[in-house]
Design a protein around this ligand. Sequence first.
Ligand SMILES: [Zn+2]
Length: 171
Amino acid sequence: MRSTEYEQREDGLYIKRSRAQLRDDSMYMDIAYRIADESHDHRRRVGAVLVLDGTIISYGWNGTPPGDDNECTHYRLYNSTHGLRLVGESKPTVIHAEMNALAKVFRSSLSAKGATMYCTDQACQSCALHLGQAQIKELVYARPYRVLDGVQHLHRQGVFVRDISGKVFQP
Ligand SMILES: [Zn+2]
């Protein structure tokens, strides 16, 4: 159960966490990083864990759909001021970790409603839209992402968003 007590620090608002909450946060995020190791995306490995009432109900990592080539990056030649350069981009067929975790729930008799998602990375807008529709109650991430559209959307949807240090997302 999440604490409802807050502490204002110089760089923002933090939740006050009990020892049990600190242990849960550290344990579930460690698991998310372990799951991220399964990703074949050598540009960024992302792992997500969905927890409901103290139980992991799903997890996922970023990757191409089953049966597809595991390669997550495609390369194109780019004409820069320094001449031709080869740039790598994520293939459009790569499914994000959060979506793979949600998809497993949708295929089951379970529901993500009221669940907490622990993710190694802050959600993008597309994943945030689906996490909002699934009515998760909390998103905890480790690595920030410069684009805030996703977390801003979740915040507007009433999803509690914070990072692994306990810092509350405030738009
Ligand atoms: Zn995403």
